[in-house]
Design a protein around this ligand. Structure first.
Ligand SMILES: *[C@@H]1O[C@H](CO)[C@@H](O)[C@H](O)[C@H]1NC(C)=O
Ligand SMILES: *[C@@H]1O[C@H](CO)[C@@H](O)[C@H](O)[C@H]1NC(C)=O
Ligand SMILES: *[C@@H]1O[C@H](CO)[C@@H](O)[C@H](O)[C@H]1NC(C)=O
Ligand SMILES: *[C@@H]1O[C@H](CO)[C@@H](O)[C@H](O)[C@H]1NC(C)=O
Length: 228
């Protein structure tokens, strides 16, 4: 009779789903091609962050199809956000309302598989922020917590003197920042060479960070990962 078999399947299905979150996955999930995440950032090593406040809020707009990435960074109680706009040609514009730095990175925007492809090391299972997570590490550079149930990123820590820890407060797959004015570097990013130099000395952007910020660490990492 077919009936007991159907019953078996109905019983087996939820069990299998439950079991899969209990097992070690093959690797972390790749990033979706487009998402918006709000990240709470703590530069836990305050001594190195002394030139800037240790707590920040990041709006991360990851847009792989258009090969661009934007980090909108707000320091605690500061009304002047920092923009970190990264293009696939390696140019990154790092600016606020008054200052700008341009940096060139040999690799462009992080690939969706930057963590999932290749050499992520499984570090075990841990609860963080109340979420049961699979924990992954890569290249002695990052520790990455992924929700065992939904496979969304929950948190990551950079293995770096800054001790940057980022906590994923929201993760909206498919959300794109369409407003091109948000991506456009302002006029003060396009000063002449002499003005550039003067700009860099008293540079608010440089001073207020004083350290590699999380977005830069990611890029440094992408550069390192590309060499593997
Ligand atoms: C930030 O990190 C420091 C060092 O680990 C910790 O003492 C502090 O409580 C953290 N702050 C917040 C708001 O999580
Ligand atoms: C890279 O692309 C951006 C955005 O189109 C542009 O502003 C920048 O000048 C480009 N950089 C180089 C080195 O071509
Ligand atoms: C924190 O920063 C100080 C000053 O740069 C450094 O000596 C120390 O190693 C850092 N701590 C960690 C845990 O990386
Ligand atoms: C700096 O000077 C170069 C050369 O004139 C220019 O291409 C660039 O846009 C300027 N601005 C920055 C922030 O690099």
């Amino acid at each position: 009779m077919a009936w007991p078999l159907l019953q078996l399947l109905l019983i087996a299905a939820p069990t299998a789903a439950g079991a899969s979150s209990a097992m070690t996955p093959d690797g972390p999930a790749p990033w979706p091609e487009q998402f918006h995440a709000v990240l709470f950032t703590n530069l836990t090593n305050v001594s190195i962050a002394s030139s800037g406040p240790p707590l920040r809020l990041h709006d991360l707009y990851y847009d792989w199809p258009r090969r661009r990435n934007l980090n909108l960074i707000q320091h605690q109680l500061s009304g002047d956000p920092l923009y970190d706009v990264e293009w696939n040609n390696g140019t990154t514009f790092y600016f606020d309302s008054a200052t700008c730095r341009t940096e060139q990175f040999p690799v462009g925007v992080l690939r969706p598989g930057w963590l999932a492809d290749g050499s992520a090391v499984y570090l075990g299972r841990e609860t963080t922020g109340g979420f049961d997570c699979h924990v992954w590490g890569k290249a002695g550079f990052i520790v990455y917590y992924e929700d065992a149930l939904t496979r969304r990123p929950v948190r990551w820590n950079f293995i770096d003197v800054t001790g940057i820890e980022q906590f994923v407060m929201s993760f909206e797959v498919g959300v794109v920042l369409e407003d091109d004015s948000q991506w456009q570097a302002p006029a003060h990013c396009f000063l002449d060479e002499a003005a550039n130099k003067t700009n860099e000395d008293g540079d608010h952007v440089a001073v207020s960070n004083g350290v590699m910020d999380a977005a830069r660490l990611f890029r440094k990492f992408a550069g390192a990962a590309a060499a593997y």
